[in-house]
Ligand binder design. Structure first.
Ligand code: IPE
Ligand code: IPE
Ligand code: MG
Length: 270
């Protein structure tokens, strides 16, 4: 039985959805089949996140570097993205989800923009959860863009160099308008960040899962969050004094306000 504390949810969760190609390869199928199954996983995980009450979920769907993949794979990914946005539009609008996109959105093909732009606009006042798709996104690119904007402000006399603080930089980063990520999950077994949310990652908790993205489901998300809740975030400060029996403190749920998740079903208790 997984116990997730309702009061200690990460507010912003980022996911590096990796492993689609290997999922297909294991089945002797084309990579695009892995991406298709991956978009079903996106649907499951968005629903689970919304049900759990996460405030912000950022999904790394396509990196700036992914443009250099074979053209047929890129084309297939763009079609799947369009299909996803079309099929989820109703559910997004009916469930108070604000759909946002970060990255070099101008580079996306018109078939994607034609569904993405209206959905962003039509959901912009929703307040239950912000679902951000990182598309044509790169963390370094985002930092460079923020630096360019600040440089222009200084050049035009709107800002003094000494006003370029860590907060000033953060405010120029669209991926962080929902706050720094508290938890970043990477599926697919690699232990790397691959240019995701670099600036905001400073104090994020990292969770690496060997599950290939198309196999990732609600229970995997709950497990990652339960694991997050066992950690002590210190932000460079000193930790709480260790309890007398360290082992007991890690396994006991006695002091928790549990939100119990029984297998695939979310059950609110207390
Ligand atoms: C993640 O899966 C999807 C994208 C990067 C678009 P991959 O396509 O990277 O799958 P692997 O890592 O090759 O298995
Ligand atoms: C990261 O995965 C990008 C996305 C999940 C969209 P990649 O498969 O592109 O990253 P690398 O090549 O393993 O670093
Ligand atoms: Mg990959």
């Amino acid at each position: 039985m997984l116990l997730v504390e309702a009061r200690n949810l990460p507010s912003h969760v980022g996911i590096i959805m990796d492993g689609n190609g290997r999922w297909a390869q294991l089945r002797g199928a084309a990579r695009v089949e892995g991406h298709r199954e991956g978009s079903r996983a996106v649907r499951r995980v968005v629903r689970a996140a919304r049900r759990l009450g996460l405030r912000a979920l950022t999904l790394y769907a396509f990196s700036e570097q992914n443009w250099s993949r074979p053209e047929d794979e890129v084309d297939a990914l763009m079609l799947l993205l369009r299909d996803f946005l079309l099929s989820e539009r109703g559910e997004i609008l009916n469930n108070g989800i604000r759909l946002n996109a970060v990255g070099n959105i101008g580079k996306l093909p018109a078939i994607v923009r034609a569904v993405l732009d209206p959905l962003r606009k039509d959901s912009e006042t929703a307040t239950e959860m912000t679902l951000t798709l990182a598309l044509s996104y790169g963390g370094r690119e985002e930092i460079a863009m923020a630096a360019r904007e600040l440089a222009c402000d200084v050049k035009d006399g709107r800002l003094r160099p000494e006003d370029i603080t860590t907060d000033a930089l953060r405010r120029r980063m669209p991926s962080l308008c929902v706050g720094d990520p508290d938890l970043v999950i990477r599926t697919g077994g690699e232990r790397r960040i691959s240019n995701f949310l670099l600036y905001g990652l400073a104090y994020a908790e990292l969770h690496f899962s060997d599950t290939l993205w198309p196999d990732f489901d609600a229970v995997d998300l709950y497990e990652a969050i339960e694991n997050y809740q066992r950690r002590e975030r210190r932000f460079g400060l000193v930790g709480k004094p260790a309890p007398p029996d360290e082992k007991l403190a890690h396994t006991s749920n006695a002091s928790r306000e549990p939100l119990a998740i029984d297998n695939r079903h979310l059950r609110l208790v207390g």
